[in-house]
Design a protein around this ligand. Structure first.
Ligand code: OAD
Length: 269
């Protein structure tokens, strides 16, 4: 049993008081947006960015790894870091929370997932409408012209003992291959931004899961939903800048809270 109170409803599956409150807030809504961040993938074994001890940015400086300037300065170091993250993501599996979001689609006319994650786990779980605001690491392409590059070709590449990997060159234009992520200082993918913003402008409710909500423009989305007076529900074990403003802030992990919410909504059917 976790830290939350369990209610037993007539022998039906156990749900928590928090799940019930969230389900009530979502009741009657037709369009739901789920905004996710690195905490969504934490239970799939992928590290977050800002957790004090385990977050990627507690060990690495983004200026050294997540900018075009860093890649041009030391391509093998930067590429090697992304190749090792790509392998980690490829081996990771979606967890019960990812699948619960897919189940939520049974109760709404439309569920849009707007994610800052680059790991592809929402799509792998089966979510249909996914906008990847920060790109997708596996969508390798060349630096200068954006020609796509098949990630599986990286499997044969040997890395140095320090983890650095010389990026291969594009077979069309010979420019070096880079990961499909958005680096600091780069624009976000236009389609993902258009879809994500449209979804939040037209939704009835927003679920914010596993993001510290400090990186813009993604962090603007909860403010838009609040301004529209949508129900805004946050699922996060820690406090964020939106915790006090959300309609309901549920201190829980994604892999616990989301399945309970999906079960609870199903019971209401
Ligand atoms: P952060 O690392 O900033 O925040 C992760 C959030 O997830 C924190 O608020 C944690 O409390 C929460 N969390 C941890 N474990 C959780 C769990 N099991 N269930 C639910 N929540 C959990 O990650 P993001 O908000 O995604 O950008 O960071 C945003 C952006 O900053 C990233 O996309 C990345 C980074 O720099 C780029 O690389 C462009």
């Amino acid at each position: 049993m976790d830290e939350h109170t369990d209610l037993v409803l007539d022998g039906a599956p156990r749900i928590t008081a928090e799940a019930k409150t969230c389900a009530e807030l979502l009741e009657g809504g037709r369009r739901l947006v789920v905004l996710t961040g690195a905490g969504m993938s934490q239970e799939s074994g992928l590290p977050t960015f800002r957790d004090a001890l385990t977050g990627l940015w507690s060990t690495f400086d983004p200026e050294d790894l997540a900018t075009e300037a860093a890649f041009r300065r030391d391509p093998a170091r930067v590429f090697g870091w992304y190749v090792s993250r790509w392998r980690q993501m490829r081996d990771a599996k979606p967890h019960a929370g990812h699948f619960a979001i897919v189940r939520l689609a049974e109760r709404f006319d439309r569920v849009d997932v707007v994610t800052q994650n680059i790991d592809g786990l929402h799509r792998r779980a089966g979510s249909e409408h996914v906008s990847e605001l920060h790109g997708n690491l596996a969508a390798f392409r060349c630096l200068d012209a954006g020609h796509p590059f098949e990630g599986s070709l990286l499997d044969g590449l040997a890395g140095a003992a320090d983890g650095s990997v010389q990026p291969p060159r594009c077979n069309v234009c010979d420019s070096p291959i880079r990961p499909g992520v958005v680096w600091f200082g780069e624009p976000l993918p236009e389609d993902a931004v258009r879809e994500g913003w449209e979804a939040v402008e037209t939704c009835d409710a927003l679920l914010i899961v596993g993001t510290s909500a400090v990186v813009y423009p993604a962090a603007e989305l909860p403010a838009i939903a609040l301004r529209r007076r949508c129900a805004v529900i946050e699922i996060n074990p820690d406090v964020t800048p939106y915790s006090a403003r959300a309609t309901w802030s549920w201190r829980a992990r994604a892999g616990t809270a989301l399945p309970r919410l999906a079960d609870c909504l199903r019971q209401d059917e």
